[in-house]
Design a binder for this molecule. Structure first.
Ligand code: UDP
Ligand code: MG
Length: 175
């Protein structure tokens, strides 16, 4: 079986419902390793880019709002992003995540157990899970920089930036 990697997101409804622990426990059944993890406040640009393949769908605007957690607001308007790696990782993790429509998903899967369909018709299915290798590469590169991943899986190169602005800790400020 090939070693694969994929992007998993705990979506804002998963955060709001306090499901982070339950979801990670379920995912751990696949015995994959986490090679990157972070919390992300999703910009509209990132949301649109992440779901670019669905841009012609009638629910695209709602989907972009959903992944940004707009209906939930502070402090739920964020996602937890992970890169998992392991043998046959994509299909194994997809199985644990469950089908896209939470009503059709296996009730023991994450989406079957915790998802719902909103009155607007959006599938709030608590996790995102890449569905194929080309998609996972695009998504991992969209969500993570090479230095945020402990085990690199795609080629990298060094570039020199001249006037890069960066925010750093300022210990001189009295608070
Ligand atoms: N989605 C939806 N209605 C649909 C299809 C998709 O609300 O009819 C949402 C749902 O949250 C889903 C996301 O759009 O997870 C991305 O859709 P995709 O077809 O890629 O499903 P996934 O790969 O997430 O199972
Ligand atoms: Mg998909």
């Amino acid at each position: 079986m090939p070693v694969e990697q994929l992007l998993i997101l705990i979506k804002p409804d998963g955060i709001k419902k306090s499901l982070t622990g339950n979801i990670l426990t379920k995912l751990s059944e696949a015995r994959m390793v986490i090679v990157a993890a972070k919390v992300v406040k999703v910009s509209e640009e990132l949301a649109r880019n992440h779901y670019c393949q669905l841009s012609s769908k009638p629910f695209f605007k709602e989907l972009v709002d959903y992944i940004q957690g707009k209906i939930y607001g502070e402090p739920w308007d964020r996602v937890l992003a992970f890169v998992y790696q392991g043998e046959d990782a994509i299909s194994r993790m997809r199985k644990i995540a469950g089908a896209t429509n939470p009503e059709e998903a296996d009730p023991v899967s994450i989406r079957g157990a915790y998802g719902r369909i909103t009155t607007k018709g959006v599938y709030e299915n608590v996790v995102h899970c890449s569905s194929e290798a080309s998609e996972s590469e695009r998504e991992i590169k969209l969500w993570f920089k090479p230095d945020e991943i402990v085990k690199l899986m795609y080629p990298t190169k060094k570039i020199f930036l001249e006037k890069e602005e960066r925010v750093v800790w300022d210990d001189r400020v009295v608070r």
